[in-house]
Design a protein around this ligand. Structure first.
Ligand SMILES: Cc1ncc(COP(=O)(O)O)c(C=O)c1O
Length: 478
């Protein structure tokens, strides 16, 4: 093999050509997002199978590979970045963040160790501090950016476990509501707790945890010799956007000396709005908070965040060194992320948050979130005017849940009608909605969160729901 055969370095010209070729396609793709179907996965499994291949021995031209991606592979998916994505919890994908990722990957600096890239580590520290300020956390709070809410929840739970339980922690019990995202259950399993140690406390008519039921469960567990230690408050559930009474939970946790964790993965950035501040009041008294910038800050997937009020607790759970990696600085004012996180080597995810926030300032983010709150209220008002539509959950943030409830129908027959309605709405391909079970019955959810979703797309959703409901009521089958 000659040195030429071995080289992996791109010449400046070849690098520039590759960037141009990718940029041309990305820019055209993003411009076409509103016109793309809201989902297109027909033939997806066949496509996936057709892509299987052995490790290639020789290379192919970049243009051919980019064509494969942009013409065949990317189109077969949910259009999660488009304005019609009103399913689950939408993200968005600010393009500035993609440019930040490009820079971060190309310079490939090491931000997990402060001494290796002090300025870049500080940029990520600034981002975490901005989030802590938003939550009302004190100066000694610390945090990390994670790949998402699930891993942030895991680190929160491990920090709480180390802080509140002995080495043998198997008697420790955790409390969530029957609406809490399963990320907490998964974190508990990963952290070594028996599945039965997670108590699902019932919620009230507005899908908020019942503090009286929580207090009773804690008392019963203590009486049984268990060690209650961790309570999750929801700041926006995935099902309906319900926000628990965080003040009541903070009081209860203070009284019972329990770690108070808030799952604000979906709802946290509504703190930027006046209404969100009011609804999330009490969050500042929590011990830890999970936020997902890839939801409420419209960033690409792979951007979560954890904040811990007592930064020392986060470090005591994660801060290990080794002979080959001794601590390289001791200034408590400077942050070594590897001592606060399960990760050592990792991408520089702070830049993808920092660049759009620095380019725009926070104003447009706040305005977008205010708009989403209003769009959900608008959707709820208009849905209620459709004959036989019942609002199952009024928006507390930017989710509304509803169902078609023609007189005389209930039980599984009602569920079938609503599954058919959902299928018809999604089949029109302008919007993509998803369903869930609320009190055991199927309901359709509409969640507005993307920075690309505005009034005209929500009105298109309403038009499609109206016409699909007419068809379903007339007895059509999907
Ligand atoms: C309320 C809530 N918590 C936690 C999560 C898990 O976050 P992630 O998907 O970023 O791991 C989600 C995800 O949708 C969520 O909606």
């Amino acid at each position: 093999m000659t040195p030429e055969d071995r080289t992996l370095e791109l010449s400046p010209e070849a690098f520039s050509r590759l960037i141009d070729a990718a940029a041309r396609r990305v820019i055209a793709h993003v411009a076409s997002l509103p016109a793309q179907p809201s989902a297109d996965t027909e033939g997806g499994a066949a496509l996936a199978r057709s892509l299987r291949e052995p490790l290639p021995e020789s290379g192919r031209p970049a243009e051919e590979l980019l064509d494969l991606l942009f013409e065949r592979v990317i189109p077969k998916s949910f259009n999660t970045a488009g304005p019609g994505y009103l399913a689950y919890i939408p993200g968005g994908g600010l393009p500035h963040a993609a440019v930040a990722d490009f820079i971060a990957d190309a310079v490939n600096r090491y931000v997990g160790v402060f001494a290796a890239a002090p300025g870049l580590a500080q940029i990520e520290t600034n981002v975490v501090r901005w989030f802590a300020d938003l939550a009302g956390y004190p100066a000694e709070a610390r945090g990390i950016l994670t790949t998402g809410g699930s891993l942030a929840t895991f680190s929160a739970l491990v920090a709480a476990r180390r802080d509140r339980l002995p080495e043998n922690f198997l008697a420790g019990t955790l409390y969530v509501s029957d609406q809490t995202h399963h990320a907490t259950r998964k974190a508990a399993l990963l952290a070594g707790f028996p599945a039965d140690n997670v108590r699902a406390i019932e919620s009230d008519g507005l899908f908020r945890i019942r503090p009286d039921a929580l207090a009773a469960a804690v008392a019963a567990d203590r009486a049984a010799g268990l060690r209650p230690f961790f309570v999750v408050g929801n700041a926006g559930t995935t099902n309906t956007g319900a926000v628990d009474d965080l003040v009541a939970l903070a009081d209860l946790c203070a009284r019972e000396r329990l770690w108070f964790h808030v799952d604000a993965a979906y709802g946290g950035f509504f703190l930027l709005t006046r209404e969100g501040r009011r609804r999330l009041s009490g969050i500042e008294r929590s011990d830890s908070i999970v936020l997902d910038p890839h939801k409420g800050l419209f960033l690409p997937y792979g951007t979560g965040a954890l904040l811990v009020r007592d930064g020392g607790a986060l470090e005591r759970a994660h801060g290990l060194t080794a002979d080959y990696l001794p601590s390289m600085q001791e200034d408590p004012d400077l942050v070594d992320f590897n001592l606060l996180s399960p990760e050592l080597s990792r991408d520089f995810r702070g830049l993808r948050v920092w660049l759009p926030l620095k380019m725009h300032g926070i104003g447009p983010f706040r305005a977008n979130l205010e708009e989403k709150l209003e769009l959900a209220r608008h959707a709820a008002r208009e849905l209620a005017r459709i004959p036989d539509v019942e609002i199952v959950a009024e928006p507390q943030l930017s989710i509304v849940a509803f169902r078609l409830a023609p007189p005389g129908l209930d039980g599984p027959a009602l569920d079938r009608v609503n599954r058919a309605l959902l299928e018809r709405v999604n089949g029109r391909r302008r919007v993509y909605l998803t369903g869930t079970l609320l009190n055991g019955r199927f309901a359709i959810r509409l969640c507005v969160l993307s920075f690309r979703t505005h009034r005209e797309r929500v009105d298109a959703a309403l038009e499609d729901i109206r016409s699909a409901a007419d068809e379903v009521r007339a007895g059509g089958t999907p």
